[in-house]
Every structure is written in structure tokens, then in C-alpha cells.
Design a protein around this ligand. Structure first.
Ligand SMILES: CCCCCCCCCCCCCCCCCC(=O)NCCO
Length: 570
């Protein structure tokens, strides 16, 4: 009988909370349904708009690569409105294939019409990106559109202003025309959320396009945009660019506007997300960054940004550099193709006269563990709270069940968790203010140690795998956390870093795969997910210290020109 009373008390205690939670989730489900209906109307609007342009003309315009498109717009061969309609069509088709676009930006039409009107004045000086349609990651603020970051709870909270970079793009003459998909919370290299669904890799639909700027990469890869703007706090520009065979670049945090932006986890001061370009080749990224950094107004709009213009002297320098390289960062053995990409890049850079020396990443286990601690900022409280109050379909589940547990259980797991690398991460997740201060101290110390290791070898730059494995299948990314160590390092130490595709996975790589030693589930999944990837692009990563972005771009350009996939196929 006592059991019955205890059960009543327990049910009585928990049921209001459960009912409350159920009601909250129901509201979110309704919001998601409304959002789907709004999205349908928005897509109808886009269809209506692009159908006003003859299809063959649209195909002709959207087939133009960035520079040709820009020139055609500049010399009046094509107009901003027809260009917009052409890319609306291509983006619409790309979304039918991969679900990459969340929303079409309706103001784009007004912007394009206004540019067209201005161009009728013979004295009008066309701005440098006159009429070029540019795609924008969903988390970057666009006036009147939501930036949900995949959270249903953020639906119907439209931004009241454009972000600094969207504003700048418009000032430069560009036409931001779509918002593209992301994984929930932006903390995954997959691309799924309960609001907009899953984005597919255009090169293999069963695999992720990368994340968190996955919608951008899928869209650019299919030719639905010539320039996409993503964000990166742990590889979110470089990984999707690599998975979709594109170039991607992230600067150090000082050279990207921080003012007014919303981070996936606000208050993460040592791991700031940065905005950056994704495009078919590195030239487009260079041109965008040149315009971005040479714009004096940028430094007035974000007064915290040091006014450092594009350093042509670094980009055009012919001075041979001393470059460190590694095929293994000491944390996660990369798939054979990703190691081969480094070896082939090293050979090319040597041929070009640079000096290449092996480099060892200091304290690799410590490096990735403090990255994870830094990326969650408060041991996962903010993230887990936000996720618990939302709708997360299985594919979008970013995992980290450990971070959901009460701290006293986490403290036990710090000692006894069976997975060595997960245990190391759990040991670094801060649970109180003292541990949080220590986490910041460890990140600062690690940066110092890394710079000393580079200085000991007098290195200008580093070359390494872009990622630990090819794009895994949907739902897998956060079960292979270790593979992200390659891009994440350069967020942890706040370096500039970029990736370019230099090869494709070959039969020989799949043979090598069989020899890979595995210690834990992450290693085993790297092996299984790397199978049957023949033909998928494989990128290399190049990194330089902060304020040497242009040196990094120079090297990426040199590598791309010699062995870049783009230079071979276009
Ligand atoms: C095994 C215990 C795990 C505890 C929690 C650890 C959380 C670590 C978070 C690591 C995330 C890894 C994937 C990151 C993908 C890229 C994120 C990114 O760059 N986002 C862009 C934001 O602008």
C-alpha cells in the first residue's frame, strides 16, 4: 500500500512539470508547422519571381563563374534583376535536391530593382559587387527574417536589422538573396534541425554536407550561389567547404565583425565565431575579403575591429616561407585520403620553393579537450537547457548526453568513463566559476605553448588535413567528435585557416583504410564512414597566425593553382 502512496506523491510532484513540458513542446510543434507553411508561401513567391525570366537566359546567367558574372553585371551585359531571378531559380532547384535554402529574402528584389534604377544614370559609379547575388547562413541576421539557429523556440523573432556584414554586402552592391540551413545550435558538422529539416550533401545524398554552414556549401556546390557567407567556431566554414569540394576561409576573430551578432552560445569569449566566405575557388574568397577589409566604413560600424586593410604585400609576396606540416595531429588518425592530400600539398609547396618541415601539435589530447570545454563555455548548461526546451529529430541530435547529466554524476564520470578521449573532455568541462577561470587559463597557456612551438622552428604557416574523415552519413557527426580536431585547433588558438580541395578519395585510400589502427568508437566510425567514398573531394588545410590572413590566402591560392580540384575542372 505504501508503494501506491509514494507513487501518487511522485506522480503528483512530476505531473505538472511533465504536462507543462508537453504543452510547451506542442506549441513548438505548432510553430514548426506554421513555419513550414510560411516557407511554402515564400518558395511560391520565389518561383513566381524566377518564372518571370526565360529559363534559357537564367541557365546562361547562373552558369557564369563569379568573376565573369561580376564583369557582365558591370558592363551591363546582364542586369541585377534578371541575375537575381536566375539565381533564385538555381537556388530553388538546389533546394529541391538538397534542402539547402531556408528562406528566400524578399527584400532582394527591391535591392536589385534599385540597383537597376541607379544604373540608368550615366554618372552612376557601380559598386564593386554590383548586382551579385550572395547567400547568407541562417544564423547571420537579415532584417525581417528569423535567425533561429534551428531552434523552434526562436521562430517568429525576426531580426530588426541586418548584421554588419550583410549591411556591408549591400553597400558593396551585392544582393543577399537567401538564408541557408544549419544544424541546431550550430554545434555540429552535420546539418539537421527540427525547423527546416536536413540538408543533404549534393555529391552523395546519404552523407552530410558538413556543418554548420552546410546549407551554404550544398548551395554553392550546386551553382545556386557564387559566394556564400558562413560562420566558424570549430570548423563550420572549412568543414562544409571540404565536404562539398569548395574553398572556405575563416580569419582570426579580430578581423571579423563581432558587434551585434548572435552566437550559438553567447559569452564564449575565447572561442568567438567568425564570418567568412565559401566559394568554388579561393580567388572568390580573396576578392570578397579584399573588398570587406578595404571598406573604411566597416571599422566605423564595428569600432572594435582593428582597421587592418587587405595586406597586398603579404598576399603578393614571393618570399619563400617556412611551413610546418603534419598528417596526424596526435589526436585523431585521419583517413588515408586526407593524409595523402597533405603529402601532395607538401610536395607542391616544396616545388614552389618553400621550406617544409614536420611539425608536432603540442599536447593533442589536452588541445581537443579544452576546445570542447571552451566551445560549450559553461560545461554545457546553456546548450543543454536550450536543447531540452526544443524539438530535436533523431538526425539533428547533436549528442553529448554526458553534458546533460547532473554535475555530481559528471564528477564521477571524470574518473570512471570508459572512453578515454570522452573522459578527457568530461574532465575539462567546467562546473563552477573556479573551473571556468581555469579553463580560460588553460586556453591562454595552450596558445602560448603553440606559438612557442612554431617559433622554435621559425614557422610562418602550417599545413594539415582539413578534417579527420570524409563526410559521414546523416546522424553520425557527433558520434565522431574526434574527427573535428583538425579544424577546431585553429579556432582554439584563433589563427587564420582555410581549406581547398586538392584530390578525391581513391581506391588506394580505401585499401589503406583497412590498415588503420582503432582504439575506440570514434576511430572505428572514422574507418566505417570512410568506406565507399571513392570520387568524393578531399581538402587540405593551411593556417597562419592572426593578422597573417593574406599569407594563408597566398598559400591556398598557390596550392589551388597547382593541384586544386577547381583548377582542374574549370
Ligand atoms: C563526450 C562528452 C562531450 C561533452 C560536450 C562537448 C561539446 C563539444 C562541442 C564540440 C562540437 C564539435 C562540432 C563542432 C562543429 C562546428 C561548430 C561551428 O564551427 N559552428 C559555427 C558557429 O558559428
Amino acid at each position: 500500500m505504501w508503494f501506491f502512496y509514494v507513487a501518487i506523491v511522485i506522480i503528483g510532484f512530476f505531473s505538472p512539470k511533465l504536462i507543462d513540458k508537453y504543452n510547451r513542446k506542442q506549441k513548438l510543434r505548432t510553430l514548426i508547422k506554421q513555419r513550414a507553411a510560411d516557407r511554402k508561401i515564400n518558395f511560391e513567391w520565389a518561383k513566381n519571381s524566377f518564372q518571370k525570366l526565360d529559363e534559357s537566359r537564367a541557365v546562361e546567367i547562373s552558369a557564369k563563374p563569379f568573376e565573369e558574372l561580376r564583369n557582365s553585371l558591370k558592363n551591363g551585359e546582364i542586369g541585377p534583376v534578371e541575375t537575381l531571378r536566375a539565381f533564385q531559380r538555381k537556388a530553388y532547384e538546389s533546394t529541391e535536391k538538397t534542402n539547402c535554402v531556408c528562406f528566400f529574402i524578399q527584400e532582394a528584389l527591391e535591392i536589385a530593382e534599385n540597383l537597376e534604377h541607379l544604373a540608368t544614370d550615366p554618372n552612376y559609379q557601380k559598386p564593386p559587387l554590383f548586382g551579385v547575388p550572395v547567400s547568407i547562413k541562417e544564423s547571420i541576421h537579415v532584417k525581417n527574417l528569423d535567425s533561429t539557429a534551428g531552434y523552434a523556440q526562436k521562430i517568429n523573432n525576426p531580426s530588426d536589422a541586418n548584421s554588419v556584414s550583410v549591411d556591408q554586402l549591400i553597400r558593396l552592391g551585392a544582393v543577399p538573396f537567401v538564408h541557408t540551413n544549419i544544424p541546431i545550435a550550430l554545434l555540429s558538422y552535420g546539418c539537421s534541425n527540427g525547423v527546416y529539416g536536413t540538408t543533404l550533401n549534393p555529391l552523395d545524398n546519404s552523407r552530410v554536407p558538413g556543418g554548420s554552414s552546410g546549407g551554404e556549401a550544398a548551395l554553392v556546390s550546386l551553382g545556386g550561389s557564387v559566394l556564400g557567407i558562413g560562420t566558424d567556431v570549430g570548423g563550420s566554414i572549412r568543414t562544409p567547404a571540404s565536404f562539398c569540394g569548395l574553398a572556405g576561409f575563416k580569419s582570426s576573430s579580430d578581423r571579423s565583425p563581432q558587434l551585434g551578432k548572435t552566437a550559438s552560445i553567447p559569452g564564449r569569449q575565447l572561442l568567438l565565431s567568425v564570418e567568412g566566405p565559401i566559394a568554388k575557388n579561393i580567388d572568390v574568397c580573396v576578392e570578397y575579403l579584399r573588398l570587406k577589409w578595404n571598406d573604411p566604413l566597416l571599422y566605423k560600424k564595428d569600432v572594435y575591429m582593428p582597421p587592418v586593410k587587405f595586406q597586398e604585400n603579404l598576399y603578393n609576396s614571393e618570399k619563400p616561407l617556412k611551413i610546418g606540416y603534419y598528417t596526424f595531429d596526435g589526436y585523431q588518425t585521419a583517413s588515408p585520403a586526407y593524409q595523402r592530400a597533405v603529402r601532395e600539398t607538401v610536395a607542391v609547396l616544396k616545388e614552389l620553393g618553400h621550406e617544409l618541415v614536420p611539425f608536432e601539435v603540442p599536447q593533442p589530447d589536452h588541445m581537443y579537450s579544452i576546445f570542447c570545454a571552451g566551445a560549450t563555455a559553461d560545461g554545457g548548461l546553456y546548450l543543454m537547457d536550450s536543447l531540452a526546451n526544443d524539438i530535436i529529430p533523431p538526425e539533428a541530435d547533436i549528442g553529448f548526453p554526458v553534458a546533460k547529466l547532473p554535475h555530481f554524476i559528471q564528477r564521477l564520470l571524470r574518473k570512471y568513463w570508459h572512453h578515454r578521449r570522452e573522459r578527457q573532455i568530461i574532465q575539462e568541462l567546467p562546473h563552477d566559476t573556479e573551473e571556468m577561470r581555469q579553463m580560460h587559463e588553460k586556453i591562454e597557456d595552450y596558445r602560448h605553448e603553440f606559438v612557442l612551438a612554431m617559433r622554435a622552428k621559425k614557422l610562418d604557416a602550417l599545413v594539415c588535413p582539413a578534417f579527420g574523415c570524409p563526410p559521414p552519413h546523416h546522424g553520425m557527426p557527433n558520434k565522431i567528435l574526434g574527427a573535428n580536431s583538425y579544424p577546431a585547433l585553429y579556432n582554439l588558438i584563433d589563427f587564420a585557416a582555410g581549406t581547398v580541395p586538392v584530390t578525391v578519395q581513391k581506391q588506394e585510400d580505401e585499401v589503406e583504410l583497412r590498415k588503420m589502427k582503432t582504439e575506440d568508437s570514434w576511430d572505428r566510425r572514422v574507418v566505417t564512414e570512410s568506406k565507399n567514398c571513392i570520387g568524393l573531394p578531399v581538402s587540405v588545410q593551411i593556417a597562419t597566425p592572426p593578422y597573417r590572413e593574406e599569407m594563408c590566402l597566398r598559400l591556398l591560392k598557390q596550392v589551388e593553382a597547382k593541384i586544386g580540384l577547381y583548377s582542374r575542372t574549370h
